[in-house]
Design a protein around this ligand. Structure first.
Ligand SMILES: [Zn+2]
Length: 279
């Protein structure tokens, strides 16, 4: 979306990119991001990224801004901007509960909140990552006991590395495909060491196997579930909430029921032009 000429995970004069999943790729002469996001993005594009450290003050266009870790994948961040109309915080994709391979999310207070709503309805209530970890290891042991090869399917940008890290912590170094290997190398560069073994009889794949996802059969998600989303809204304590992605309409409606001013917005929408930035 846009705030005048500033783009958030979108195209504009100057942009912020929250993380390296392609549906969040920004386009601008200058794209602000974390160093990790720039490295991951360069596996798939050759744009110019201006690196910003988490928690360090900088200027995006004419406005003061700061990045906060969002817990989603390594390097993922949200942004707070001090606009003329008030402060605004955009979550990007966010996970509140700590994952092994990403920094724990930090959530600032703000007047306006733009929050992702991928899982923004109450039927999405995920078990804790620690609990899912037991399910994954249980699945490995059950398969190996039967003489079968456990195969887990995970997104090669982030989720696969989380699964590898879980397996490593329980003494398994899995075999992975090239898509996962490429990204894992960058994780290692940033200090997240992942053990991989070409000969292993445990497999993590980007294309086949038991799906590890909030939408899959093993519910390890790197997105907030409905209850985490509500907790984020409570912590930010905004005057107005804008919901985006996934269940944006339903989540906005549910938030209105809880007493918040909440509106669904579209990816390319300019909030200033729409007149939505007023308290
Ligand atoms: Zn994402």
């Amino acid at each position: 979306m846009l705030i005048g000429s500033i783009a958030l995970d979108w195209k504009g004069n100057v942009a912020f990119q929250s993380h390296a999943h392609t549906d969040h790729f920004a386009s601008a002469k200058i794209i602000f991001s974390t160093k990790e996001t720039a490295y991951f993005s360069h596996l798939r594009n050759s744009k110019f990224y201006k690196i910003v450290k988490l928690g360090k003050r900088f200027y995006i266009g004419d406005y003061k801004a700061k990045l906060y870790p969002s817990g989603h994948i390594l390097g993922a961040s949200g942004i707070k901007i001090w606009l003329d109309e008030g402060t605004l915080y955009y979550t990007g994709d966010i996970k509140l509960e700590k994952l092994r391979t990403a920094k724990k999310a930090k959530v600032p207070r703000a007047d306006f909140l733009i929050i992702e709503a991928t899982f923004g309805v109450p039927m999405y209530s995920f078990p804790s990552p620690k609990h899912v970890e037991k399910i994954i290891i249980g699945e490995v042991e059950k398969s190996l006991d039967r003489g079968e090869t456990p195969v887990f399917m995970a997104n090669p940008y982030g989720k696969a590395q989380e699964v590898i890290s879980i397996l490593n912590a329980h003494g398994y170094a899995p075999k992975v495909d090239n898509a996962i290997k490429k990204v894992s190398r960058i994780y290692s560069k940033f200090g997240v060491k992942l053990k991989i073994d070409e000969e292993s009889n445990v497999i993590v794949s980007s294309s086949r196997g038991i799906k590890v996802s909030g939408f899959g059969s093993i519910k390890l998600s790197n997105h907030a579930d409905f209850w985490e989303l509500v907790e984020i809204v409570e912590r930010v304590n905004p005057e107005t909430v804008f919901t985006i992605f996934g269940y944006s309409r339903a989540f906005a409606k549910l938030l209105r029921g809880l007493g918040y001013e909440a509106f669904p917005i579209k990816k390319g929408e300019d909030l200033r032009k729409s007149g939505l930035l007023s308290i």
